[in-house]
Every structure is written in structure tokens, then in C-alpha cells.
Write a new protein. Structure first.
Lengths: 138, 580
């Protein structure tokens, strides 16, 4: 049902999603992005089993229905998805969130800056790194 | 060893009883002894008197006096021994025949010349009697081997040449019967001695005995002396004779009642002491056992076992003490439980509030930043993508939006950092303040590299502190950033970091020659969002110094500042020093 997907963006905030996509677009990375609007959708995305495997998941923590940490836990528990890099991209800079995210196996944790330039730079750097530079297992 | 009333009280009571008993015994013994002495003295005096009276009025005296008046004797002596010799001799024989004690009887003239004698015994010195003397006179005692003699003489006639002396030498009858008779007369244990007042010889009417000491003989009162054993005696002169009698009693006899008193009283006294000691021990136990119980319970309660109680005794003070103690323990326990319950309740409430606060911060952190990022992001997109369609005024207004969203983001970040400070745990370690300050100063210098004027940061040697290194670094960083910020318009910006002693602690300070502040508002410096300068002059959210204050306070230190407008400012903070 999906085409090729490089990046799975799990983000409930439409504005943030739009700003993220714009930042990715500037690096020509926006074509292969799939957006999930809540945690349940993200879990559904992987539950089919036969779907494409994204090169990176950009995961917000505060999500409707199923929250980001739960999504992260399920991804990292499932043998088929646990090797997919997950970058937590959230507004929370609370220490407990950071600790729990890493404990559950997050590959990176990035606090969304308020400043748009900084935000755009962070998102595009993440996209560049994980989509173009990183080599996942085949 | 522990001090214990249980041991001390019986000991004290027993000692007291012992002392009192011994004192009573001693006094009683003394009294009895004195009384029996007085009684003995009376007996001795009485015996003395009786014996002296007996001796004084002895038969010999009467006999000789009678003989001296005998007509035949008178006639013979008047004639100077010339006439009536046979008649005189007959008269003398009449007397001497009926007495066994007679040794000799002699007639002499007043000069002592012997005229007539019956018997062989004669005295070396006659008893001289003056003419005209009415009654007979006794002479001193004389000892011949184991026998005692004495002379008794009477005057016959009234003139030197008209009479003479009748003198008898009598043997004192010494035998055990006499002695026993006399002793029996004086009442048993009393010994009666008889002798010359001047000295030897002395007798107890059975044998010759050693002369009593002179001090006994010359004393009118009872004396103690040693004669084989300790004796007490009283001497009495026999009137009209050179003789003396001494009645004596062994001290052991005199003191027998006192000794008897002691012997009968000592077991009673011992019994009293024993019973007293036992009673004191029992009483002390009765009093102290509940006290020991209360003490142990109090100690247990003091060490945290609030459920300790003591057995409530009788209705006396101890019982009341035990009951009061239990009531008190009950109250302590109840208030303790109430307090604990309250603390638990409050803690729960506080935890709830804390959790709420945390979720509030979380929400602020997440939900406030997201719309802000959208505002900023879309304003920037407008400026970047649609710049050509925008009038200059619209561009300026978007710039204002841009600036304010940035500032708001900074405010939210600072506020979150500040609120987090209250919750983070402080891990104290020794901190090298000099090294830490140098690190921060280098960072600041790099950050200020773009400024036009030179910035000099001088760091004095700083004593080490004890604290959370990360937090102390933030304190130094905030203070130095502040100093750097407010010296930005100075031609020669200068920041000094140093320390000085302050009331037993170390006060670290950061001094600058920057814009300074009005000392009247010094107390506002450390408040959250408090600013003494407009944002046009100096940027910042007004949280930096509030963070400094909170960190220092959480370390147990103080912060304060002084300064003058345009003359710079100094910020001080104290930390508990490094323990040595």
C-alpha cells in the first residue's frame, strides 16, 4: 500500500509536520516521507508486516491514542522492526523522557528548537544523516 | 558501674542504723558502767566505815583503859614500882589470861622505863602515852615473820611522877576465817585490807599482803590500780590510830553489769541492724523496681519504641507515677502517630502537587513551544518565500514577530530550567573553584570574541568549595555572562573573580566595571523576571540571577550584590567550605 518510504514521520501537530516536511524538502528528502498523525497509525503502519521498511523513523513523544514511548517500545520489541533507526524528535527536554527513550532503544533524541532556522537545520541534518549517510543492515 | 538508688538506699539506711546502734550501745555501756562504779564505790565506802569503826572500838582498847584504872596497878605505878608488885601482877594476869592475842603486858613509868612485864615479847619502841590521857592509844603494826603485832597503851595517873603507862603488845589474829567473816560482812567480792597508814605492813586478815600504792592510801576517793588484776579501792584512816583500811573490788566485778549489758544488747542490736537492712533493701526494691521499670520504658521510648508501657502498681505515688507515665506515653504515641499520619498525608499531597507541577512543566515545555515554533516558522517562511510580495512595513512587522517568538522561546527555556532546579538532586563533591572559573571564563571569552572592545577577566586564587559541580558551573557562568553583558559598552571591560572570608565561610565574588545598578533596587536583582535595565539596553530574560540564587541557596549559601550606577557591580555568594 505504501510506495518506497525513506522517512516515517510520526507527528500529530500539523504545523510541525508541515515545517518538518518543508525542511526536508529543502534537502530534497521530502518525496519519500510518510506521515502518521498518531501512535496507533504508526503501529498500524508496521503491523501489516509486508510494508516497506523506512530508513528512519522521526518520532514525536506526545501523541494521541498511543504515545511515542509506547510506539518506540513496540518497534524495538519486534524482531522485524527493532533495527529500524528511531530518532525521537520532540519538544520535551525533560530528563525522564530522554532517559526512558534511550532505555527503550532510541537511536537519537533531538529537542525541537523554537527557532525555525535551528529547527530546519536540525531536521534536515537528521534526514541527511540517516537517509543518505547511514547504512542500515540489508 | 552504674549509679543505682536500689543499691545506694539500703547501704545508706544500714550504715545509719549501724551508727545509731553503735552509738546507743556505747552510751548505754557508759551509763551502766558509771552506775555500777558509783554503786561499788558506795559499797566500798560502807565496808571501809564498818571495818574502821570495828577496829577503832576494839576490845584491847577498853581492856587496857580499864587496867590502867585498876587500883593495884595505880598503886604500883604511883610507888614507882616499889610497892604492891604482887597485887599488880595479879591484876595483869586477870586480863591477859582471857585473851589469846596477848603477847606481853608491861608497866612502865612515863619516861618509858620498864617496871613490870608478863610475857616475853617486847616492842623496840613503846607506845608513848602522855600523863592524863583518857583513852588508850594504838601503836603502829609490827611484823614478825608471818605474824603481826601492835602495841596499845594507856596512861595511869595524871602527873609525871604520879603514875605510869600500861602497855600491851597484841598479836593480830590472822586466819582465813577472819578474812571470810569480814568479806562476808562487806558483801562477797569486797576484799578488806588493813595496814599502817604510813606504809608496811598490810594484811587481808589472813596473810601479809603487799602494801597498796601510795596514791590509794592518800586519796579520799576511789582509785583504780593493778594488784594481780585491775582493782578499784577506797582507803579510810582508822580514827585515833596510825592505821588505815582499804576496801577493794576487782574491776571485772564492777564492770560485770556493763559487760552483761553489752552481751545481752549486742545480739539485739545486731538483729535490729539486720532487720533494718532487710527492710531497707525490701523497701528500696519496692520503690526502685517500678522506677527502674519507668526508666527502662522511658529509655525505650526515647530510642523510638513508642509502644513501651509500665505495669501500673498500687494506689501510692509509684502507682500514680506508673499510670501518669503510661498516659504520657499514650499521648506521645498518639501525637506521634497523628504526626506521622499528617506527614504522610502532607507528603502525599505534596507529591501530588509535585506531580501536577511536573506534568504542568511538561505541558508548558511541549505545548507552549509547539505553537511558538509554528508562529516563528511560518513568519520565517513568509519572509523567505514571499518576500517580493511584502511591503517594507509588512517585512518589518514580520521581523518583530520573529524577534518576539525567539524571545518567548528563550523565556520558556529559562523558566523551565529554573523550575527544574528545584527538583534536581544536588550531588556534592569537592570542587576546584579556580579551575572551574577558568573554564567558564574561557568559554565567555570565546563567546565575546566578536565584541569591539577588549574584555579582561582576572581570576584570583580561589579556595575549593563543596557542591554540585554542574550547578556551580552554571552559577559562575551566569555571573560571568552577566558581567560580560553589562560591560559591553565599556572601553576597557574588566571582570575580577576573587574570594574573601565571610563569617567563617568563604564568599566568592564577581566584580565588573560595567553599567552597575541602583543600590536601592539590589533586592530585586535576584527575583525571577526582575530586570533593572530595559531589553533595549541589555538583552536577557531576568532569570539568570534567580537561577544563581536558587542554586546557592540549595547549597546552603547566600547571595548578595552591591553596585553603583555606571560604576560597576559586585555579586557575592557563599558556599559551605571544603571540609578539611
Amino acid at each position: 500500500m505504501h510506495g518506497g518510504v525513506d522517512i516515517l514521520l510520526v507527528e500529530d501537530n500539523a504545523n510541525d509536520a508541515e515545517l518538518t516536511l518543508r525542511a526536508l524538502k529543502q534537502r530534497n528528502l521530502a518525496n519519500q516521507v510518510h506521515v502518521c498523525r498518531d501512535g496507533a497509525e504508526a503501529i498500524d503502519f508496521f503491523s501489516g508486516g509486508a510494508g516497506p521498511v523506512p530508513k528512519v523513523v522521526l518520532l514525536d513523544l506526545k501523541l494521541p491514542k498511543v504515545d511515542g514511548l509506547e510506539v518506540l517500545r513496540r518497534l524495538k520489541q519486534d524482531g522485524r522492526t527493532k533495527s529500524i533507526p528511531v530518532v525521537v524528535l520532540t519538544s520535551s527536554r525533560e530528563e525522564p523522557d530522554i532517559e526512558r527513550a534511550y532505555a527503550l532503544g532510541a537511536n537519537s533524541y533531538i529537542v525541537k528548537p523554537v527557532d525555525f532556522e535551528a529547527f530546519a537545520r536540525a531536521v534536515s541534518d537528521v534526514g541527511l544523516y540517516w537517509v543518505l549517510l547511514n547504512h542500515p543492515p540489508q | 558501674m552504674r549509679q543505682s538508688i536500689q543499691r545506694k538506699l539500703p547501704l545508706f539506711v544500714t550504715t545509719l542504723l549501724l551508727a545509731v546502734t553503735i552509738a546507743l550501745l556505747t552510751i548505754g555501756y557508759g551509763e551502766v558502767r558509771q552506775a555500777s562504779r558509783a554503786l561499788s564505790d558506795k559499797r566500798l565506802q560502807l565496808a571501809d566505815s564498818v571495818l574502821a569503826a570495828l577496829l577503832q572500838t576494839s576490845q584491847q582498847r577498853a581492856r587496857i583503859t580499864t587496867l590502867a584504872k585498876d587500883s593495884a596497878i595505880v598503886a604500883f605505878l604511883r610507888s614507882g614500882g616499889q610497892r604492891g608488885r604482887a597485887q599488880a601482877l595479879a591484876a595483869m594476869r586477870r586480863i591477859t589470861n582471857d585473851t589469846v592475842t596477848n603477847a606481853s603486858l608491861e608497866l612502865r613509868d612515863f619516861s618509858g622505863r620498864l617496871l613490870l612485864r608478863t610475857g616475853r615479847f617486847t616492842l623496840a619502841d613503846s607506845v608513848l602515852v602522855s600523863p592524863g590521857t583518857d583513852s588508850a592509844r594504838f601503836g603502829p603494826l609490827l611484823r614478825r615473820d608471818t605474824l603481826l603485832y601492835f602495841g596499845v597503851a594507856a596512861a595511869s595517873g595524871h602527873a609525871e611522877h604520879d603514875g605510869g603507862i600500861v602497855q600491851q603488845v597484841a598479836r593480830l589474829q590472822l586466819n582465813d576465817r577472819t578474812r571470810r567473816t569480814l568479806t562476808g560482812l562487806a558483801g562477797g567480792d569486797v576484799s578488806l585490807l588493813f595496814g599502817d597508814a604510813a606504809g608496811d605492813p598490810w594484811t587481808d586478815f589472813a596473810t601479809i599482803v603487799p602494801t597498796p600504792p601510795e596514791r590509794v592510801r592518800t586519796s579520799a576517793t576511789a582509785m583504780n590500780y593493778d594488784r594481780g588484776e585491775t582493782k578499784r579501792g577506797i582507803a579510810k584512816a582508822v580514827l585515833g590510830t596510825p592505821w588505815m583500811v582499804v576496801a577493794e573490788l576487782p574491776s571485772r566485778v564492777i564492770l560485770a553489769p556493763a559487760r552483761g549489758y553489752l552481751l545481752s544488747m549486742a545480739p539485739i542490736a545486731a538483729l535490729i541492724v539486720l532487720v533494718g537492712a532487710l527492710a531497707a533493701w525490701w523497701g528500696s526494691r519496692r520503690i526502685t523496681t517500678p522506677l527502674v521499670g519507668v526508666t527502662h520504658a522511658a529509655e525505650a521510648i526515647a530510642s523510638g519504641d513508642l509502644e513501651q508501657r509500665v505495669p501500673a502498681g498500687g494506689d501510692d505515688e509509684l502507682g500514680r507515677l506508673a499510670r501518669s507515665f503510661n498516659t504520657m506515653a499514650e499521648q506521645v504515641s498518639r501525637s506521634h502517630h497523628q504526626l506521622e499520619a499528617q506527614v504522610a498525608q502532607r507528603t502525599q499531597a505534596l507529591e501530588g502537587i509535585n506531580a501536577e507541577l511536573e506534568s504542568f512543566s511538561y505541558s508548558v515545555s511541549h505545548d507552549l513551544r509547539a505553537p511558538l515554533r509554528a508562529i516563528h516558522g511560518f513568519a520565517r517562511i513568509l519572509l523567505e518565500d514571499h518576500n517580493a510580495q511584502l511591503e517594507p512595513e509588512a517585512q518589518r512587522l514580520l521581523g518583530v514577530i520573529d524577534q518576539n517568538t525567539r524571545r518567548m522561546g528563550q523565556l520558556i527555556d529559562d523558566l523551565l530550567a529554573f523550575s527544574r532546579l528545584g527538583r534536581t538532586e544536588i550531588v556534592t563533591r569537592p570542587v576546584d573553584m579556580k579551575e572551574l572559573t577558568q573554564l567558564v571564563a574561557d568559554e565567555i571569552q570565546r563567546g565575546e570574541a566578536g565584541r569591539n572592545e577588549s574584555l579582561e577577566i582576572r581570576i584570583d586564587p580561589l579556595p575549593p568549595a563543596r557542591g554540585d559541580r554542574g550547578l556551580l558551573r552554571q552559577v559562575m557562568s551566569n555571573l560571568l555572562q552577566n558581567a560580560a553583558k553589562f560591560t559591553r559598552d565599556r572601553a576597557k571591560a574588566r571582570i575580577e573573580v576573587g574570594s574573601q572570608p565571610d563569617a567563617g565561610q568563604t564568599a566568592y565574588y564577581v566584580r565588573d566595571n560595567g553599567a552597575g545598578f541602583d543600590a536601592r533596587y539590589a533586592d530585586k536583582l535576584f527575583g525571577v523576571f526582575q530586570r533593572l535595565h530595559s531589553t533595549d539596553q541589555f538583552d536577557g530574560t531576568g532569570v539568570g540571577l534567580a537561577i544563581v540564587k536558587r542554586i546557592v541557596q540549595r547549597h546552603g549559601g547566600r547571595v548578595w550584590a552591591d553596585g553603583k550606577v555606571d560604576e560597576g557591580a559586585t555579586f557575592y555568594f557563599t558556599l559551605p567550605g571544603e571540609e578539611r
